[in-house]
Design a binder for this molecule. Structure first.
Ligand SMILES: CC(C)(COP(=O)(O)OP(=O)(O)OC[C@H]1O[C@@H](n2cnc3c(N)ncnc32)[C@H](O)[C@@H]1OP(=O)(O)O)[C@@H](O)C(=O)NCCC(=O)NCCS
Length: 333
């Protein structure tokens, strides 16, 4: 069987217009800019406005139109939609189908939602890669679109400072014979022994939103920050090391490292473990905070568009999130 190499044909991102700074948060909760910057590197985050359709499917529409333009494709060229969101627009219909509708796609392509929290977009890349390599689909749209502001408790200073809303997408397709773009290696995992460290218990089938749930404030995300911090550094570093080793290359061959943008201290801890010079590490957490599965595709899109990442560069992605899920991808762009 002939296997195709996978190439990222185009990328796009969308950030909600509304900017909320640390100073804005300090007017509502007992915090301050210095504490947040020192502990997380975050200075601001974007917050979605539902009246502007800045919901997961609506942000994904705008990001996809940019990616289609970059890839020189039209909406009906997409033959599969894979959509990562921690909490999509609604349970039914799924966000991927809503996105298909909003893009005016009429080819009835399959449209699938996946939730692996902050690792969701990374989780979808090996799956899209397998479908491209085996020739099942030609142009797979991989979306990470997140509206964390909808389940972020704005009165809880332990969590609310960390998160924001955004969408990043990539269209994956076949590399032609004379191109060297390819995905070298991927790894995914989930350590469910730590599943209770980052949670949103209410709002699903097991616990509906009731008056009692609202009175107990169970409709919001909860987090054990220090446990997450330790696990994040450990798993991202281990996974990054694994994919580079499996590719037969070394950390010196990595041109760009794009880790999940959760906290600057986590990013620096992983980066220094591999002696990556700071200019090799793509960071935007200061502008957007943690946008869950959108962080890596947004950072990637920004670095491609501003000319830092060029065709032929070796790029390393790593992410972790609730579950605790984690993954890494090493590829030639
Ligand atoms: C959340 C996080 C920034 C907290 O940093 P930390 O150094 O562990 O801080 P601690 O939780 O020990 O809190 C230290 C003190 O600051 C206080 N504090 C917490 N949030 C604060 C805030 N926003 N502003 C001011 N003070 C705050 C705490 O109450 C605590 O005070 P105390 O010592 O009087 O009890 C850090 O643990 C982290 O980033 N973890 C990873 C979280 C993450 O990435 N989640 C997403 C995963 S996808």
């Amino acid at each position: 069987m002939k296997l195709f190499n996978t190439k990222i044909l185009g990328t796009g991102s969308y950030l909600p217009e509304k900017i909320v700074t640390n100073h804005d948060l300090a007017k509502r909760i007992d915090t301050n800019d210095e504490w947040i910057v020192e502990r997380t590197g975050i200075k601001a985050r974007r917050i979605a406005d539902i009246s502007k359709d800045e919901v997961p499917s609506g942000m994904a529409k705008e990001a996809t139109l940019r990616a289609l333009e970059a890839a020189n494709l039209t909406p009906n060229d997409i033959d599969c939609i894979l959509f990562s969101s921690t909490l999509a627009d609604q349970a039914m219909p799924n966000a991927a189908s809503v996105l298909q509708f909003k893009l005016g796609i009429t080819n009835n392509c399959p449209a699938l939602d996946v939730n692996a929290a902050c690792s969701g977009w990374i989780y979808l890349i090996p799956m899209a890669n397998a479908l491209i390599q085996t020739g099942v689909y030609k142009h797979i749209l991989v979306v990470g679109s997140e509206m964390l502001s909808s389940f972020n408790n704005w009165d809880d200073r332990n969590t609310c400072i960390l998160f924001g809303d955004a969408c990043g997408v990539a269209i994956l397709g076949r590399a032609s014979e004379n191109e060297d773009a390819r995905i070298y290696s991927t790894v995914l995992s989930s350590d469910s022994s730590k599943k209770d460290h980052l949670t949103l218990w209410a709002g699903g089938s097991a616990k509906k939103i009731t008056h009692e749930v609202l009175e107990n404030n169970e409709q919001w995300m909860t987090m054990n920050g220090q446990e997450i911090f330790k696990a994040a550094v450990k798993t991202m570093a281990a996974h990054a090391e694994k994919v580079v080793k499996e590719s037969g290359l070394t950390m010196n061959d990595v041109d760009w490292f794009i880790p999940h943008q959760a906290n600057l201290r986590i990013i620096e801890a992983v980066g220094t473990r591999f002696n990556f010079p700071p200019e090799k590490v793509i960071i935007n957490v200061e502008k957007y905070a943690n946008t869950s599965s959108a962080t890596v595709p947004v950072a990637f899109d920004e670095a491609v568009r501003d000319g830092r990442i060029k065709r032929g560069d070796n790029v390393l992605f790593a992410a972790f999130g609730a579950g605790l899920t984690a993954g890494a991808i090493f590829f030639k762009y």
